[in-house]
Design a protein around this ligand. Structure first.
Ligand SMILES: C[S@@+](CC[C@H](N)C(=O)[O-])C[C@H]1O[C@@H](n2cnc3c(N)ncnc32)[C@H](O)[C@@H]1O
Length: 310
């Protein structure tokens, strides 16, 4: 991968200009973030922005979507700093205002997709995913909570799977995921299925049937992450590729399960019949993992897991 910082292409340059017009205070963060973007990522950002334009999404709306995520995160961070907890702890407290509010959810998912390019922690997780995703396995791929659909699209394009199933509780997320797939992988029509449902209710899936299971940024959104992890272990074939990301001390409007350290996530993974085979633990910029623990700062974690032999 070329590691040269890349000048932005026209659509991205325009988006950044509009973000900074709407929020000049974001300039410092934005300039530091853009310095991380490599040539291939700059190109991917441009193609993602081309996709949003085909959906009739205006650059101003997209800038607003991104800044909604920035603003919501800042507000929840202030709440967290004052109260040492996330604002909500129950799914029912966030469901109507987030997952089932179509307008908000569309904005949130477009904004989140942009953070996958602009926020260094999200960029690093996307790099990790592309690095570890097997390319030649075939078989059945399951993704839980595809959201904006960008990870799923990458897996469909490069993973070589025979079939893909994605389950998301939000109709807006399913719609955005479908649009991303139709735009970026028209040749794969008929090889993927998208279902709007709670993964808790996906009881029709067959144990030991999945060759790959991916779940990005979902565990912190559920009351019982243990139930999700056990179900993943049950659905995975013995040698399945399992990829899970989550975050620690990372308040957001819909984060309801609070981990205080990566070790807590990893202990739960172990209790649920899964082993960590590769890990990315991304401390808050400029801090160590130990400092994040004592200062209650965010850590992003991504894991490649393997089902433990019975
Ligand atoms: C923060 S987004 C993550 C998007 C993407 N996977 C990523 O890593 O950027 C979380 C997604 O999980 C979905 N979700 C939350 N709880 C869920 C559940 N119980 N079952 C299925 N999907 C869920 C949300 O609707 C949303 O689309």
């Amino acid at each position: 991968m070329d590691s040269t910082p890349a000048p932005l292409l026209p659509r991205a340059a325009d988006l950044v200009r509009r973000v900074l017009d709407q929020n000049p205070m974001h300039r410092g963060f934005m300039e530091r973030a853009l310095a991380h973007l490599q040539v291939d990522e700059r190109d991917r950002l441009e193609t993602y922005l081309e996709f949003t334009a085909t959906r009739g999404v205006t650059p101003d709306y997209l800038a607003e979507c991104y800044l909604i995520v920035v603003g919501d995160t800042l507000r929840e961070q202030i709440f967290f700093n004052r109260n040492d907890r996330y604002r909500h702890s129950r799914y029912a407290e966030v469901a109507a205002d987030v997952y089932h509010d179509a307008d908000y959810m569309h904005q949130y998912m477009y904004g989140l997709a942009i953070t996958a390019f602009l926020w260094p922690n999200h960029l690093e997780m996307a790099r990790f995913f592309r690095r570890v995703l097997p390319r030649d396995r075939g078989g059945a791929y399951l993704e839980i909570g595809p959201g904006h659909g960008y990870y799923l699209m990458n897996a469909v394009v490069s993973g070589g799977y025979d079939s893909a199933l994605a389950i998301d509780i939000s109709a807006a997320s399913i719609a955005q995921t479908r649009a991303v797939l139709e735009h970026f992988c028209p040749d794969h029509a008929g090889r993927y299925r998208l279902e709007q449902k709670d993964f808790f209710d996906a009881t029709d899936l067959v144990p030991a049937s999945m060759d790959a299971i991916v779940m990005g940024e979902v565990l912190e959104h559920v009351e019982r992450p243990d139930v999700f992890l056990r179900r993943i272990a049950e659905l995975a074939k013995p040698d399945a590729f399992i990829f899970v990301t989550t975050c620690v001390n990372a308040p957001a409007i819909d984060h309801i399960f609070l981990w205080r350290a990566p070790e807590e996530v990893e202990a739960l993974i172990g209790e649920c019949g899964l082993d960590v085979v590769d890990a990315l633990r991304m401390p808050y910029e400029g801090k160590t993992l130990a400092e994040c623990r004592t200062e209650r700062l965010a850590v992003n974690v991504a894991y490649v897991l393997r089902k433990r032999a019975a």
